[in-house]
Design a binder for this molecule. Structure first.
Ligand code: AMP
Ligand code: ZN
Length: 115
């Protein structure tokens, strides 16, 4: 738990969120500023600042994160039409919250290349 981290505070229930999935390692909740009809964030409960700082002993957790993202996409009904997983990392990718998170986006066609 990082006391200055907004997502750690959501994990600790110190600030509210609309939670869509939880297990012992992961938490998924609605993005407060949705960019698509479906836009949720999936995070490890462990405070890892970004994909640039994952360690070898996080490999199992990161695998579980992506496996669970797929399960949540199915649960939210976007797996057949399609969905996009986004992990913004550091400045050039415009990461704003430095607690690792996967954006799960769906419910509309997406464009490519991303902005
Ligand atoms: P990123 O730019 O990848 O770091 O994305 C951070 C995301 O967190 C943005 O999409 C924000 O809308 C979202 N966000 C920030 N604060 C909250 C919050 N308190 N509850 C839910 N989502 C949040
Ligand atoms: Zn955190």
């Amino acid at each position: 738990m990082n006391p200055n981290c907004i997502f750690c505070k959501i994990v600790a229930r110190e600030i509210p969120a609309k939670i869509v999935y939880e297990d012992e390692d992961l938490l998924c909740f609605q993005d407060i500023n949705p960019q698509a009809p479906v836009h949720v964030l999936l995070i490890p409960k462990k405070h890892i600042p970004s994909m640039a700082e994952i360690q070898e002993n996080d490999i199992h957790l990161i695998g579980k994160l992506f496996f669970t993202a797929s399960k949540i996409a199915k649960k939210l009904g976007i797996e057949e039409d399609g969905f996009r997983l986004v992990v913004n990392t550091n400045r050039d990718a415009q990461q704003t919250v430095f607690h690792l998170h996967i954006h799960i986006l769906g419910g509309r066609p997406m464009s490519w290349p991303p902005g």
